[in-house]
Design a protein around this ligand. Structure first.
Ligand SMILES: [Fe+2]
Ligand SMILES: [Fe+2]
Length: 157
């Protein structure tokens, strides 16, 4: 599969979970825990395959977008720490919904920048064959993703 199509599919999956979270009732603690756990899993795998494969390849193909890659990594950093906090937070805690709300704002902003400003340039520079090759590598790399968001490279620095 084309690397950019694969990443956009992941974004859609996460957005669906966000909408479900927003629809969940104030006291639907068990449901919201379940959604948050799925979000943690999806975004850990997604940031992992981006950082391991897509970001380095895109940076090499379009050196002009290096600043964008570096900012994206910092955005991942914040998101991954929030995911780690959410993993250990009781959904009945008054900070849980607020933390999810800020996480969703951060991720939506990040996704919009990736899709609107950056991916089109990468697509133009890489071409179809290279994107397909990267897509296959990312599909395979899903299996190597850690469970702990803090094990994704950008969480560390
Ligand atoms: Fe990203
Ligand atoms: Fe992404």
């Amino acid at each position: 599969m084309d690397a950019i199509v694969l990443l956009k599919d992941d974004h859609k999956t996460v957005e669906k979970l966000f909408k479900e979270f927003e629809k969940a009732g104030e006291r639907a603690h068990k449901h919201k825990r379940d959604i948050a756990d799925q979000v943690i899993r999806e975004l850990t795998v997604h940031t992992w395959i981006e950082e391991k494969i897509f970001y380095p390849a895109a940076r090499e193909a379009v050196p002009d977008t290096t600043d964008h890659v570096l900012e994206s990594v910092e955005e991942h950093h914040v998101v991954l720490w929030m995911l780690a906090e959410l993993a250990g937070l009781d959904p009945a805690d008054e900070r849980f919904d607020a933390k999810m709300t800020v996480l969703m704002e951060n991720v939506r902003h990040h996704v919009e920048e990736e899709e609107q400003e950056w991916f089109p340039e990468v697509r133009k520079a890489m071409g179809r064959n290279r994107l397909t090759e990267l897509g296959e590598q990312m599909e395979a790399a899903r299996a190597t993703a850690p469970n702990d968001p803090l094990q994704v490279p950008s969480a560390g620095a």
